[in-house]
Structure formats: structure tokens, C-alpha cells
Ligand binder design. Structure first.
Ligand SMILES: Cc1cc2nc3c(=O)[nH]c(=O)nc-3n(C[C@H](O)[C@H](O)[C@H](O)COP(=O)(O)O)c2cc1C
Length: 210
């Protein structure tokens, strides 16, 4: 398949207008099964070390959502102490667990066998799961569905909630999907003055001759 200029612009637009969506922006509208499958299928098309496809998903039911939310609330309270700008941190809405329509917990399936490419860099399996998550985030955005990533969570508590054994799986991410009031044109944390956008020149550690 050869892509044209219009396709390239569309991809650029999807990438630049992807946002982390939180509870202040989700609306009460159901995501169809067809769209959910599109999002999950996009994960299946992600690259993975040795084509191991180590991603696993839990579609979270209402009862478990409440348990995760309660755990988040406690973790959020505790995490406040770590930040100098505690007032601004406390005012941030950093999840949309209850407000979003679908929550998905993402796990990495540990392998007992050797995997091509993973011999020395053991965490490449986990990196593969992150590739799958980004596919899901961008696909959701292309469907005008927002996604929010929640990481103020203790993996052990999440494993307990879902009755998952850490010997077999590693908790990677907790994702919230839903339709939104709007998609901000820039990251909310930038808008609120938490962090500025870094300049590209500052991100290049060493400049080789090209
Ligand atoms: C690994 C990872 C963990 C994140 N965890 C949280 C989180 O716990 N709560 C939250 O509000 N946003 C979380 N985010 C979203 C980031 O804050 C967000 O991506 C960043 O501020 C840039 O904004 P944008 O995604 O809207 O462009 C997380 C993002 C990543 C990649």
C-alpha cells in the first residue's frame, strides 16, 4: 500500500491531536462493541519482540471499577506529599475511572521460554506492550474516542483486585476509554502550567554528522 499526502496529513493530525482524557472531559455515551474491537485489534497489529504478542487485556466490570477507583483515591492522597507544588497537584483530575465508559487493565504475559530479541534486553517484552497501548490510543482518537492512562496505582493492589499472579503476568497500564466533551489542542498539564513542552534541540544528546 502506498500512502498519499492526504493520508500522511491525517496520520499527523491523529498523532498531534491525541490527548490523555480524564474524568473532567468524558461524557456518558456507550462505546459500541464494534469500536471496542477495532481498538483491541489495533493492539494486535503492534510490533512485538520476536513477534511474541505478549499483551493481555482485562475488560473491567463495574464492581472492579469501583475497587480500582477506591485504590486510586488512596494512592492519589499519598502521592500528594511527593510534590512541591502540592496545591496545584491536589487540584488536578488525574483519572477518569468512573466517568469513562470502558476500563481496560493491560498486562504483560511473562514467557517461560526464550524469545527472539529478548535474550539480553529482558524488558523488550514490556516495551512491546507499550507499543500496543499507543496503537490503541491512536486508534481510539481516530474514532473520536478519548483514552486516559492511569498509573497512580500499586501493581500489587491491581493484581489482587483482578486475582492475577505476578509470576505469570506483569501489570503495565490501566486505561480508560470514552467519548469526550472535547479534545484539548494541547496537553492539559501544559495548559495548567505543570510542565512546558521541551525543545527538540534539547532532546538530541549527541549530534552525529548526517
Ligand atoms: C506511562 C504513562 C502514565 C500516565 N499516567 C497518568 C496518570 O496516572 N494520570 C494522568 O492524569 N495522566 C497520566 N498520563 C498522561 C500524561 O500525563 C499525558 O500523556 C501528558 O501530560 C501529555 O498529555 P497528552 O497525552 O494529552 O498529550 C500518563 C501517560 C503515560 C505515557
Amino acid at each position: 500500500m502506498i500512502f498519499n499526502k492526504k493520508d500522511q496529513t491525517t496520520l499527523e493530525n491523529i498523532i498531534t491531536s491525541r490527548r490523555d482524557v480524564r474524568g473532567n472531559n468524558f461524557i456518558n455515551k456507550k462505546i459500541s462493541k464494534k469500536k471496542l474491537l477495532k481498538i483491541l485489534n489495533s493492539a494486535q497489529n503492534a510490533p512485538s519482540v520476536g513477534y511474541s504478542q505478549p499483551w493481555r487485556f482485562i475488560i473491567v466490570d463495574k464492581k472492579k471499577k469501583d475497587l480500582v477507583y477506591n485504590h486510586f483515591s488512596k494512592s492519589f492522597e499519598k502521592s500528594k506529599k511527593k510534590f512541591k507544588d502540592r496545591k496545584l497537584y491536589s487540584s488536578l483530575k488525574l483519572e477518569g475511572i468512573k466517568e469513562s465508559n470502558i476500563n481496560i487493565a493491560v498486562y504483560y504475559k511473562k514467557s517461560k521460554k526464550d524469545i527472539l530479541g529478548q535474550t539480553y534486553m529482558k524488558r523488550t517484552g514490556e516495551y512491546s506492550v507499550i507499543c500496543a497501548i499507543l496503537n490503541m490510543w491512536l486508534t481510539a482518537r481516530s474514532l473520536n474516542i478519548g483514552m486516559g492512562w492511569v498509573s497512580i496505582l500499586k501493581p500489587k493492589k491491581i493484581n489482587d483486585i483482578f486475582d492475577i499472579k505476578k509470576e505469570d503476568y506483569k501489570f503495565i497500564a490501566y486505561l480508560c476509554f470514552g467519548y469526550t466533551k472535547e479534545f484539548y489542542d494541547e496537553p492539559e498539564l501544559k495548559k495548567l502550567g505543570w510542565k512546558k513542552k521541551k525543545k527538540l534541540e534539547k532532546l538530541i544528546l549527541k549530534k552525529g554528522k548526517i
